[in-house]
Design a protein around this ligand. Structure first.
Ligand SMILES: C[S@@+](CC[C@H](N)C(=O)[O-])C[C@H]1O[C@@H](n2cnc3c(N)ncnc32)[C@H](O)[C@@H]1O
Length: 485
C-alpha cells in the first residue's frame, strides 16, 4: 500500500475500513466525520478544505460542528456560492425527509429538488471530487417506492455513478406495516457520484424520468407474523471441494432466511439457474419441494450429486428429522426453454443470475486467486450462458425475458427473490440491481430489498491515495410478488 496519498490525509489503516460497502451505524456524527476525513484534502495548496452540506436544521448544526473539529469549512446555501468557489465534497442527507414523506407526489418532489441541487452544484465541485447523497427507499400507502434507485439513475445522467454504501441501523420499525418486512426503516443508501470526464456519458442505462415511482404497484395487505429484517450478516461455513468448483455459489443460509417468510412446508421452490443447487438443498432441508434447471452439464452433475446425497437413505440416517415426503427435480437445460409442463406450479422462485460477464474479466475480484488454485473462473464458454453476453443492455434484456417467461410457472400471489449486486467495471458502476428492479416492475410488484452482507472476505486497498472505490460486500435480495389477478 505504499505510494503518495493525493486524495486525502488519512493513513492506509483508516482508508481500508472506509472501503467496506456496508457499515453499522450507531451515530450519524461518526459517519459524517469519516466522510469528511475521506473526501477532503486538507493540505491542498490550490483548494481550501471547503465542503457543501444539505440536510435539515438539526443535521446542519451537527455537520458544521464535526467539520469544524476536522478543520473543514462548510457552505449550506447554493445562493451564497460565487463564481470562483471550488468545493471539495458535497454531502446531501435527506434520510429524515424520506422517512417523513406522505405520498408519491411528495416523493417525486423531493427527488426533483435533490437532482436540481446536484446540478446547481456541479460547476463548483472540483474535477474528480465526490458528491454523496444519503437517502432511502420508502413505503408509502402500501406501495414500495425505490426512491433512492430512481434518484441514483437521475443523478447518474449528469455525474458518474461511482459507488454506494449501505448504512445498517438497528432502529426498530417506525411505521408498522402489514407486510413481511420490518419496513425499510433500518437501512439507508449512501450514494457516491464523481464529477469527472465520464459524467453524463450514456453507458446503456435504462433511464426514464421518474420511471420507478410511476410504475410502482400496490402491494396489498399481506398479514404476516414472520418478519424479515432488511439486512443480515452471513458468515457461511467453508465450501467443500465440490462446492468450490463453482465460481459464484451463494450460501444455503441466505435462502433459509427467506423460506419461512415466503413459503410453508411442502411448497414448491424453484431456481432456473441452479449452479450447485443451493436453493434446492436449502428447500429440501426445510421440507419444501425443490425444482430447477441449470445450463452447464458440469454444474448440473455437481448439483444432482449434492441433492441425491442429501436424500440418500444412508445419509438420512444421520439426520434426526428427515424430510420424508419432499420431491425434487432438476433438469439440465437453458432457462429459455423451460415449459410450464416441466414442473408443477411454483410457490417461490429463489435465484441468482450471472453477474453480467464479470467472470470473464481477468482482473476481476477473486479471479487471480482461482486461476492460481486451478479452479474454473467462469460458468462455461457456451454462448447460451448469460455470463458470456458482453453488451450490458443486451445481457439485461435477455435475463429479463427469461424472468418474464418464468412468471408463468409462478402461482398468482407467489414470490420471486433474485440475488444480485450492482457491478463495477472499468471505473464505472452499472446499477444492475436497480435496472432489474426497474424492468421487472412491469409484471411484478416490488417489495423491500433485503441485504445479504458479507463479512468474511479481506478488504483490498482499491484506489488507495487516488480515489474512492469500495469493496462490494453487500448483495441485494430483490423480492417481487406476482399479482393475484
Ligand atoms: C450465480 S450462478 C448460480 C449459483 C447458485 N445459486 C449456487 O448457489 O450454486 C448462475 C448460474 O446460471 C447458470 N446459467 C447461465 N446461463 C444460463 C441459462 N441460459 N440457463 C440456465 N442456467 C444458466 C450458470 O451456469 C451458473 O451456474
Amino acid at each position: 500500500m505504499a505510494g503518495r496519498n493525493r486524495f486525502n490525509n488519512i493513513s492506509s489503516k483508516e482508508w481500508l475500513p472506509f472501503q467496506k460497502s456496508w457499515y453499522l451505524e450507531d451515530d450519524i456524527a461518526e459517519t459524517y466525520r469519516k466522510n469528511i476525513r475521506f473526501f477532503v484534502k486538507f493540505d491542498w495548496d490550490e483548494h481550501p478544505p471547503l465542503v457543501f452540506f444539505h440536510g435539515n436544521e438539526k443535521k446542519k448544526k451537527l455537520f458544521k460542528n464535526i467539520a469544524k473539529e476536522e478543520g473543514a469549512q462548510v457552505l449550506t446555501e447554493v445562493n451564497s456560492i460565487s463564481g470562483e468557489t471550488s468545493i471539495q465534497f458535497v454531502l446531501i442527507d435527506v434520510v429524515d425527509e424520506a422517512l417523513a414523506l406522505q405520498d408519491k407526489d411528495e416523493a417525486i418532489q423531493l427527488n426533483r429538488t435533490i437532482f436540481k441541487l446536484a446540478k446547481q452544484l456541479q460547476p463548483y465541485l472540483i474535477h474528480r471530487r465526490f458528491l454523496s447523497v444519503f437517502t432511502k427507499n420508502c413505503f408509502l400507502n402500501e406501495t414500495y417506492m425505490p426512491k433512492a434507485w430512481d434518484l441514483s439513475q437521475r443523478i447518474a445522467e449528469i455525474y458518474t455513478l461511482k459507488d454506494e454504501k449501505i448504512a445498517c441501523l438497528s432502529a426498530e420499525e417506525k411505521k408498522p406495516s402489514n407486510t413481511h418486512f420490518s419496513t425499510a426503516a433500518n437501512v439507508y443508501y449512501a450514494l457516491y457520484f464523481r464529477n469527472d470526464e465520464n459524467s453524463g456519458v450514456d453507458y446503456g442505462q435504462f433511464h426514464e424520468t421518474d420511471f420507478f415511482i410511476k410504475n410502482t404497484q400496490e402491494i396489498g395487505v399481506v398479514k404476516s407474523e414472520n418478519k424479515i429484517s432488511n439486512w443480515h450478516i452471513i458468515k457461511p461455513p467453508r465450501r467443500n471441494k465440490k462446492e468450490v468448483l463453482h465460481p459464484a455459489k451463494f450460501p444455503e443460509e441466505v435462502v433459509e432466511l427467506f423460506l419461512p417468510i415466503f413459503t410453508k412446508k411442502y411448497d414448491a421452490v424453484f431456481d432456473p439457474m441452479s449452479g450447485t443447487a443451493s436453493t434446492q438443498l436449502a428447500a429440501l432441508q426445510n421440507e419444501r419441494n425443490a425444482y430447477g434447471t441449470e445450463l452447464s452439464p458440469f454444474f448440473y452433475e455437481i448439483a444432482q450429486e449434492r441433492l441425491k446425497n442429501y436424500l440418500n437413505p444412508e445419509q438420512q440416517a444421520i439426520f434426526d428429522e428427515i424430510p420424508k415426503h419432499v420431491d425434487f427435480k432438476l433438469l439440465q437445460k437453458d432457462a429459455r426453454d423451460i415449459k410450464t409442463s416441466d414442473f408443477p406450479e411454483i410457490d417461490y422462485i429463489f435465484t441468482s443470475p450471472p453477474y453480467w460477464d464479470m467472470l470473464n474479466m481477468a482482473g476481476a475480484e477473486n479471479q487471480a486467486k482461482r486461476i492460481k488454485n486451478g479452479l474454473p473462473t467462469n460458468y462455461s464458454n457456451n454462448e447460451l450462458d448469460l455470463g458470456n453476453i458482453a453488451d450490458y443492455r443486451l445481457f439485461i434484456e435477455n435475463l429479463v425475458e427469461i424472468y418474464q417467461q418464468l412468471i408463468k410457472l409462478l402461482k398468482p400471489g407467489g414470490y420471486f427473490t433474485i440475488v444480485v449486486k450492482n457491478i463495477k467495471k472499468k471505473g464505472k458502476n452499472y446499477p444492475f440491481a436497480y435496472d432489474l428492479g426497474h424492468l421487472l416492475q412491469k409484471d411484478l410488484i416490488l417489495l423491500p430489498e433485503v441485504f445479504w452482507l458479507q463479512d468474511d472476505i479481506n478488504l483490498a486497498p482499491y484506489g488507495y491515495g487516488n480515489t474512492f472505490v469500495s469493496n462490494t460486500f453487500h448483495q441485494y435480495c430483490l423480492t417481487f410478488q406476482k399479482p393475484k389477478n
